[in-house]
Design a protein around this ligand. Structure first.
Ligand SMILES: [Zn+2]
Length: 72
């Protein structure tokens, strides 16, 4: 099995230019982001607020299982 070089391949339709930088769009709300602030769940990019909604990663909420969230 040949191992491919780790290159981030991104669908061009999901790209945007936020603050002069090429970056992904949030898969949930469509907000443009830069790669430095994008959060990845299951190969999709999400903004901070959507990520928190999906994962429940808010300090006041109770922990819960997130389907499809890969930790490997
Ligand atoms: Zn979002």
């Amino acid at each position: 099995m040949p191992r491919s070089i780790q290159v981030t391949m991104v669908n061009a339709e999901k790209l945007s230019v936020a603050r002069g930088q090429l970056g992904p769009k949030c898969a949930m709300c469509g907000d443009p982001m830069i790669f430095g602030e994008a959060l990845v769940i299951d190969s999709e990019y999400y903004c901070q607020s959507c990520y928190e909604k999906i994962t429940g990663a808010v300090s006041s909420s109770e922990p819960k299982e997130v389907a499809g969230l890969r930790m490997d």
